[in-house]
Design a protein around this ligand. Structure first.
Ligand SMILES: NC(=O)c1ccc[n+]([C@@H]2O[C@H](COP(=O)([O-])OP(=O)(O)OC[C@H]3O[C@@H](n4cnc5c(N)ncnc54)[C@H](OP(=O)(O)O)[C@@H]3O)[C@@H](O)[C@H]2O)c1
Length: 248
């Protein structure tokens, strides 16, 4: 039986690399996106061209309606769920905390924290052996910012990832006896479009000298860690993290 996987924000960057790699490893993949349908369809088309199975689902995971729609589509199209990658995440223009208003905090926490919680909740409902599920794995895509705090850039974003890390630890213990493992990856500086949203598209090249490996990472390097945590190869790991950060 083919395993099924939801990748939130699976249309671009780390999520797209994860969707492509997961399909290559035999998962049926649901590529979730919020706005950029062309990017989502491109990932889906690449997977299908290589003989894999994928669907694309437009849904804002920061809303209950969006999460309900996403999981309903997967129920209808795949009929089962084996894994969730809580990858969708946003940041906004680099700023000091003194200049961040409540509306921005609301947006950041709505997607990065509430969205991840709502998706984890729906995944647990379906995968828990208590509910006659077959178990499964959740991987939360956090950030090195959860540790550094991202001063002067986006302390709000960093704090949202800190919340996600705490959820990883707590949920892992909560559902361990229900056949579900919950782990996180903390990417460092990775070449994706997210840095443009912060107002500095070339941020990785500016900061890479501070990385012990002296370079930025690729989305595929993060995807490899995610796929390992999803797989049975990591069967004794739960509530833990892989830093994919070049040693920083
Ligand atoms: N790149 C890095 O250096 C880095 C470092 C540490 C952690 N991370 C984390 O890695 C994850 C992926 O980042 P990335 O760099 O690959 O970002 P990205 O290139 O900006 O891609 C973000 C993806 O998330 C989707 N998305 C955003 N908000 C959404 C929502 N509310 N509902 C559904 N989908 C949503 C986007 O869809 P649309 O295109 O449709 O908007 C897009 O597919 C994020 O959680 C980020 O915090 C990234």
């Amino acid at each position: 039986m083919e395993k099924t996987l939801i990748v939130t924000g699976g249309s671009r960057g780390i999520g797209a690399a994860t969707s492509l790699l997961a399909a290559r490893e035999g998962y049926k993949v649901c590529i979730n996106f919020r706005k950029d349908e062309v990017a989502a369809v491109n990932v889906m088309t690449s997977i299908k061209a290589a003989g894999g199975v994928a669907i694309a689902c437009k849904a804002d995971i920061g809303t209950t309606a969006g999460v309900d729609h996403l999981f309903r589509v997967v129920d209808e199209q795949f009929g089962r769920l084996d894994g969730l990658v809580n990858n969708a995440g946003i940041l906004e223009t680099q700023a000091r905390l003194a200049d961040i208003d409540a509306d921005r905090l609301q947006r950041i926490f709505q997607t990065n924290v509430i969205g991840a919680f709502l998706c984890a909740r729906e995944a647990v409902k379906r995968m828990s052996t208590k509910n006659k599920g077959d178990g499964g794995a959740i991987v939360n895509v956090s950030s090195g910012a959860a540790i550094s705090g991202a001063p002067g850039e986006y302390v709000d974003y960093a704090a949202s990832k800190g919340a996600m890390d705490t959820m990883t630890v707590g949920l892992a213990k909560e559902v361990a006896e229900e056949g579900i493992r919950v782990n996180g990856v903390r990417p460092g500086f990775i070449y994706t479009d997210i840095h443009a949203d912060g107002g500095e598209p070339d941020r990785v090249d500016r900061v890479k000298a501070f990385v012990p490996l002296k370079r930025g990472g690729t989305a595929t390097e993060v995807a490899e860690a995610i796929l390992w945590l999803l797989s049975d190869k990591s069967s004794f790991s739960t509530g833990t993290f892989i830093d994919v950060s070049g040693g920083k």
